[in-house]
Design a protein around this ligand. Structure first.
Ligand SMILES: Nc1ncnc2c1ncn2[C@@H]1O[C@H](COP(=O)(O)OP(=O)(O)OP(=O)(O)O)[C@@H](O)[C@H]1O
Ligand SMILES: [Mg+2]
Length: 251
């Protein structure tokens, strides 16, 4: 069966997309899946977290718009079964290039085609916003995973994500969940108690705000490596379970 493509996406910045992408990719690989994490963000946070060398020769454009073989740009990580397609600054200009290209919203899908039988799971880490790059990533997704911050404003982001997915790739399942929840704060407690199960499904998986998560940056590692039993580690394991068993988008 061809790879399950998991796109981690939100219109909002700083909600935990990269953290989520890295942890899901780690968990997928730990489950014995041949896994690829594609870092579509010019900030290249996922690439940096996993300590993979940046710089794609020819840049993102060569892979996505040009004819450079995507396989040549892939690096292995220090985690067994997990490969990384590194992000670098060249992803910054991609939207402009895509805008002028033919079939501008199915370029990522096209680039991934030759890899779909080589991997069991492909995780795409998106930059924030409703860019063409994000549209590409959503259109090729079997499932979209969307972290939400525990604030009322995040409901707006959640609705925007839902609308963006419906417009770009109708019917694609979205798994949204609250991240960065600090139960000492009343507003966070209220959000964590009220939001899951709301109309456009918000899962009941809640990832707490935790220094254990922050340490991923020091350790260049996923939670599964050093804190699988922590509340955040267990929440991500539950998220992986939900993502792995989500029905696939019909395309
Ligand atoms: N559950 C958590 N507990 C504590 N810190 C967290 C948690 N989730 C994310 N963070 C921290 O919040 C910051 C933003 O996280 P991350 O980079 O994953 O967000 P992002 O949505 O990918 O951001 P961007 O939109 O810039 O790509 C990071 O410093 C990360 O370590
Ligand atoms: Mg990010």
């Amino acid at each position: 069966m061809s790879a399950r493509i998991i796109t981690v996406y939100s219109t909002k910045g700083g909600v935990g997309k990269t953290t989520t992408a890295v942890n899901l990719a780690w968990l997928a690989a730990a489950d014995g899946n041949r896994t690829l994490l594609w870092d579509l963000d010019p900030q290249a946070g996922a690439t940096w977290l996993l300590d993979v060398r940046q710089k794609v020769r020819g840049g993102a454009e060569a892979i996505i718009v040009g004819d450079k073989s995507i396989a040549k740009a892939i690096r292995s990580s220090s985690i067994a079964g997990l490969d990384v397609l590194p992000g670098d600054g060249t992803y910054r200009d991609l939207d402009i290039t895509l805008d002028g290209a033919k079939k501008s919203s199915s370029r990522v899908a096209r680039a991934l085609k030759p890899l779909r039988d080589d991997y069991d799971v492909i995780v795409l880490d998106c930059p924030p916003g409703s860019s063409l790059v994000a549209e590409n990533a959503v259109r090729t997704a079997d499932v979209v995973v969307s972290p939400l911050s525990p604030a009322l404003l995040s409901l707006r982001a959640h609705d925007q994500v839902g609308a963006f997915v419906e417009e770009s790739a109708p019917g694609t399942p979205v798994i949204a969940f609250l991240n960065l929840v600090d139960r000492r704060k009343k507003s966070h407690r209220e959000a964590a108690d009220a939001l899951p199960g709301r109309t456009r499904a918000i899962s009941d998986i809640v990832v707490p705000a935790s220094v254990v998560v922050e340490r991923m940056a020091e350790r260049h590692a996923a939670l599964g490596d050093y804190a699988p039993g922590s509340p955040a580690g267990r929440a991500y394991a539950a998220l992986w379970h939900a993502v792995a068993h989500a029905p696939r988008a019909r395309r």
